[in-house]
Design a protein around this ligand. Structure first.
Ligand SMILES: *Cc1c(COP(=O)(O)O)cnc(C)c1O
Length: 472
């Protein structure tokens, strides 16, 4: 018989032997507990971080980001050279973009992908060479495209027939020659261990394979556009190679056909490489994945008697996800008896869906640990919730936390480096938290937190009478 609370736990969540342990692969490699049991990241104590910067706080481990970036670059370089070609890795900035992080990844040999005018400005402000930028998006405005062309953005990934004409007009006006890729939808959609392959896709991105040839023909007749190849992105949080293999095979069919009309030097297979959010996630190591994906492409090319093109990849989550840990302070706890008589403990923290929307938005699973000390109580099934006026405001749906957790304790949620800060909102007028980088025992702000002043600053109904600086 399960104890009553455990009957509410999902099947995948096992009662931990020690509810203070840090599951390997889920936390940055530098995460340890110090002699007092306090969580430490890159040699910096979580308790000190909370005291210095307040909570909630997003902590980014610089060496973890750099290490992942390097691992991707090395893995794809190696795999590509094994098959007589080259590979470029673009960091997908939408996972999390600030000038500091852009500089880290560029420093490690990556390029950067942006998908709006705003992301483009951040990358340019970081000093990223425009030539090494990729620009995505299904609805890039004429103003955004013009800015990109004039700035000298290396590659624009064209998403629609209308965009081709917008670029034709801009390049005719400016005299620039813009390199473009054509985004296609292969009909393959992959997530974690599964992929779905269809002939038609009911979604907004790219050209169906059957329509891409016409688009490429149009680009080839425009003097201002330089057709470089195809682009395809099949999903996110993918663990295996099967989806990539199927998608590459479909796209290569078109790639080979296009060679009849001129050169097709490049193939970009997008991002979507998965990470571990909880201890049951088992992402394939990038060294293995890179080897298998590039082999699949090489086999597909050999079968069609065509040369292996230069390859590009666009990881986002897999570069920054595991590097991020969010620190919260516990405010209240509540034992809630559900229908079956089982009790679920709700642990309320001082942030929520405004700093991590993934749980509410995607039903994502995260894990959590008491960070300010070692808990001595039995593991108790808990749900970590935020402070927003919404019952769906859940940060960690199911986790075992020590029974002695009390208000004032610090809680750490790992794997929040990707798609948390970048999806953050001011829901309920909650200021967005600061972001701090840690490395070698030191911390520094890379994005400052919002203040009540920031929130009031945009309200045109207020004249001047703002709350004091820093008042939260
Ligand atoms: C979102 C996205 C990525 C990055 O996806 P991750 O899952 O973060 O690796 C790469 N390329 C394109 C076109 C995207 O839309």
């Amino acid at each position: 018989m399960l104890p009553p609370a455990d009957s509410l736990a999902p099947e995948w969540l096992v009662v931990p032997e020690d509810a203070n342990d840090l599951a390997s692969g889920v936390w940055p490699a530098s995460a340890v507990r110090d002699a007092d049991g306090v969580l430490e990241i890159a040699g910096v104590s979580a308790a000190d971080l909370a005291r210095t910067y307040g909570t909630p706080l997003l902590v980014l481990d610089e060496d973890e980001v750099r290490g992942r970036a390097r691992a991707f670059r090395t893995a794809f370089d190696q795999a590509a050279s094994d098959h007589g070609t080259t590979a470029q890795v673009y960091y997908a900035g939408k996972a999390f973009l600030s000038t500091t992080v852009a500089r880290w990844v560029v420093d490690e040999g990556l390029r950067v992908d942006v998908c709006t005018g705003g992301e483009l400005e951040v990358a340019l402000a970081a000093g990223v060479s425009p030539e090494s930028l990729g620009f995505h998006g299904n609805n890039k405005s004429t103003a955004e495209l013009e800015r990109a062309v004039i700035a000298g953005v290396g590659t624009i990934i064209v998403d629609s027939a209308i965009e081709i004409e917008r670029l034709a007009a801009i390049t005719a006006r400016t005299g620039a020659v813009q390199r473009v890729l054509v985004r296609v939808i292969s009909g393959v959609h992959a997530e974690t261990h599964e992929f779905l392959a269809t002939a038609h896709e009911d979604q907004k991105f790219g050209f169906p394979l059957a329509e891409a040839e016409v688009a490429v023909a149009r680009i080839r007749e425009l003097p201002g556009l330089d057709f470089a190849g195809l682009h395809c992105h099949i999903g996110s949080q993918i663990f295996g190679v099967a989806g990539f293999r199927e998608s590459a095979s479909r796209v290569l069919e078109l790639h080979a056909a296009l060679l009849d009309g001129g050169p097709v030097p490049l193939l970009n297979l997008g991002g979507g490489f998965g990470i571990a959010y909880t201890r049951v996630d088992d992402p394939t190591p990038i060294e293995v994945l890179a080897g298998e994906i590039v082999s699949a492409v090489a086999e597909g090319c050999a079968a069609r008697g065509i040369p292996v093109p230069a390859l590009s990849f666009e990881p986002g989550r897999a570069i920054v996800g595991t590097a991020g840990v969010t620190l919260y302070e516990v405010g209240t706890t509540k034992d809630v008896t559900v229908e079956s008589g089982a009790v679920r403990r709700y642990v309320s923290v001082d942030g929520g869906m405004s700093d991590n929307a993934r749980t509410a938005l995607y039903g994502a699973q995260f894990s959590a640990r008491l960070a300010s000390r070692i808990g001595v109580g039995e593991p108790q099934l808990s749900r970590v919730v935020g402070k927003h006026c919404e019952s769906g405001d859940i940060v960690v749906d199911h986790e075992y936390l020590p029974a002695d957790l009390v208000p004032g304790d610090l809680l750490a949620v790992p794997a929040t480096g990707a798609y948390c800060a970048s999806l953050a909102s001011n829901y309920n007028h909650v200021p967005r938290p600061p972001i701090v980088a840690v490395r070698d025992g030191r911390s520094r702000i890379i994005v400052r937190g919002e203040t009540i002043d920031d929130l009031l600053a945009r309200d045109a109904g207020i004249d001047g009478a703002h709350a004091p600086e820093g008042d939260r």
